[in-house]
Write a protein that binds this ligand. Sequence first.
Ligand code: PLP
Length: 554
Amino acid sequence: MKNQTPLTVAYFTMEIGLESSMPTFAGGLGMLAADIMRSAADLKVPAACISVAWEHGYLRQQIRSDGTQSYEQISWNKEQFLKKTSEVISVTIEGRDVKVGAWKYEIRSGDHIVPVFFLDTNIVGNTPEDRAITDQLYGGDGAMRLKQEVVLGIGGVRMLRALGFSDIGTFHMNEGHAAFLTLELLKEREFKDENVRPSCAFTTHTPVKAGHDVFDYALAHKVVGDMLPWHIQKIAGADALSMTELAMNLSRFTCGVSQIHGEVSRGMFPGHRIDAITNGVHHVHWTCEEMRTLFDKTIPGWREDPSLLAAHCRDIPDQELWGAHREAKKRLVDEVNLRTSLGFDPDHLLIASARRVVPYKRPELLYTNLLRLKEVCCGRIQIIHAGNAHPSDPFSQGVIQRMVERSKELRDCVRIAYLENYNPDLAKLLVSGADVWLNTPLRLHEASGTSGMKACLNGVINMSALDGWWVEAYGRDYEAGWRIGPLANAVEGQIHTKIDAEDLYTQLQYEVIPEYYYHDHVRWIRRMKRSIGLMGHFNSHRCVREYLAKAWKR
Ligand SMILES: *Cc1c(COP(=O)(O)O)cnc(C)c1O
């Protein structure tokens, strides 16, 4: 056992999206974890990350020509990206000893390193059944999920100890999945809540009830066994084991991921103190090559200090900004034309919308009224969609099939492409190559959203329902993009969707489309700069600084 230097934070996360070919993530939660760790590395925060070496994290989506989807498992060679550590610890699951190994990935920035340890039960000495615990991210039933959370939480703390990290300021739970880390800390500290609470912080990520892990106590006792302390019902809920309750009750700091999400979370969990730290994205990582070159020239120092983007976005020369955007757009259009026979045109307004296909994101809002869509958009816009779904989810099957049918029907009027296999590489192509980034969530359902921030970095303009981060961004500068729907509070259901759809068509008709085709794009370019300016705030450096001040202070 080596004696390691003290850590300000050990960041526990079920998923982390560091590279497209490492399938250790499913979506936004994992992408955020990666950006937070990248910024921690840049800011020289003594940090380490604990995650899981999923054999099969996200699955590769394929869309057949009739719009049906299939998902195949990605195989990856861990040795290609990670280094195996020699430490092996064990956890008890269903009364059995399960061995847990770890793989190390290093996020380097200058001479500072943030290690990411990926836990793995697929090792010698485990039964085939236990080897499968780290097989599939979010696959399997409640019992499997509990096993995975034991590995992440309890196994994670033990692995850190085995690696020699004895001095850790804060154990951070990125979502409730990691809340079992508190059980190991209770065991280390005389089973006293007040001995654990000062060392823990927690971020909740979803305002949707079903997104919070809740387990039956009978099942939890069977799987987790003696590690559940005698007072578990006091700290994790009387009727069922809520990972969110457990995390909140044993943390000294809890937050949501945007100001409005903080508010919604306080309503969901009355009696808890819930703060808010709005998400951010890693500015250098998500800015395309052409824009990086341009920022290097016109906003020197932006790599180290992204807040400069706010003050100096106006200094970027119009034609150079448009030129850099054109290059990125051409790259995206070329990719679409390679993948489809739709003949996308770099001179046409290009709208992109990419996100997980779930009902609250309303992926078909733009198609609510096809007559209106044709009237407003014929011959003037082209649209790209992308987004994965749960393989067996009937909602997403229906959405993508209708999208493919519409694409055929409307092809002479509006080009619509649905690109398969949304991953970080495709995300980067889209958030830099589109003109408009469209986001249509049902209000109060999107915790933050981060893809729109990535778009801003590249001068791509957001058109979004007022939810999550966009409430704050639009409040900072309402000329940086467009909002969909009224300013008034959200009302549930169909009425809301009709109002939002009509608003979307009206704005496309009278603002977006005319502005885009307006002489020399002058008004458009002004908005592009304002979008870039927003990123003085919505970057993950600012986010990490807020975590340091509020959640990770020693
Ligand atoms: C940024 C990103 C997300 C999260 O974006 P949202 O705005 O929250 O939908 C999801 N998947 C990938 C691949 C991303 O790059």
